[in-house]
Design a protein around this ligand. Sequence first.
Ligand SMILES: [Ca+2]
Ligand SMILES: [Ca+2]
Ligand SMILES: [Ca+2]
Length: 400
Amino acid sequence: MTTKNLFKIALFSILFLGFGACDKDNDTEENLLPAEVLKESYTIDRFKVLNIATNLPNTAKLTWSVKDSIISENADLDFISPFQKNYPLTLKVEINGETKIYNSSINVTKETGTYSKYISNVFDFRPAVGQFTNEIPQYTAGNTEANMISAAKKAIVGSNTTMISLGGFGGYVVFGFDHTIPNMDGRDFKVLGNAFWGNEANEARAGSCEPGIIMVAYDRNKNGKPDQDEWYEIAGSEYFKSTTIKNYEITYFKPDASKSPVAGTEFWQVNTEYIKWQDNAGKSGYKVQNVFHEQNYYPLWIADASYTLKGTRVADNFYDQSGEGSYWVGRSFEFGYADNAPNNDEASNIDISWAVDKNGKYVKLPGIDFVKIYTAINQEAGWLGEVSTEVSGAYDLHLN
Ligand SMILES: [Ca+2]
Ligand SMILES: [Ca+2]
Ligand SMILES: [Ca+2]
């Protein structure tokens, strides 16, 4: 045998034994946890979600902590912070009676550029029929839906806003922010409207309160837009009550211009059979045209002869406080709705932790990127007209 061949055999043996040893190690350590699960450190900008995936067996129990606070018990960690700061991170993994601790850190850096705490974009706008529809924002002949979404954007983006009206039940707007609003302890963002208190000597926390349902979305797939499966409803104070109707649907029909107005008995009733509506509970009727608003109440950019809006319907909150039809007030709900309390009231602030899934189960979102608001009430408050949610902006309570 040549020296060269001997060398080859020796090398082969070393490789073979080497692999053999490796196999043996794997056999004995099969139940042991890997030496490394986390990187030494992570870096993420403020107001951005860092996702750390572990790929451990799903029988493992994970506990994520920053110092003494447990921040998650999920397989993946979604971490977000509004502070430029370094966080020591600990992951405790328990499996088959074995426990292992992994240490890392998260370095939260200041973003380049400047975030706005206010709404940065409007994605969709479709009001219900209403006495302010086609006026707030203003419709001009030939406007398309895209034009009206731009008009809504002009009204509610940034700090210097005006207002949009969502009309009656189901009318909605969808907007977003240029960063993720983090879900911190307590309330996280404010929705601005035009609610105000009435005569507080008669009743406290009642007045022009026109509640809107708030939905939130976290941009989990990071495509910059809200996808259907990313939406969750904020379960406000009325959510679990038996008087609240889930999956309510209402269809509004375009007014028939050839039909003569049917005046009512009250001075303000110009046409009591103005806009026909029909709901998914088998009820139908007409929305009244009043003397104070002469424009068409049906969105003029919608060519269809009818359209349907849906969502959670909350019980009527307006009543005639005067007893003679002259003074109507709406009761404010305790928490979790838009345009339900004055802008300086705590009730206009929303906690992302109130979000629930379709089955009413609370979900834990790291933060939110998008908000949808729609009118929650299907009520005509006498001469005041339909209860309609107004939106005049929104902002992140954690960004200063
Ligand atoms: Ca929160
Ligand atoms: Ca998305
Ligand atoms: Ca209002």
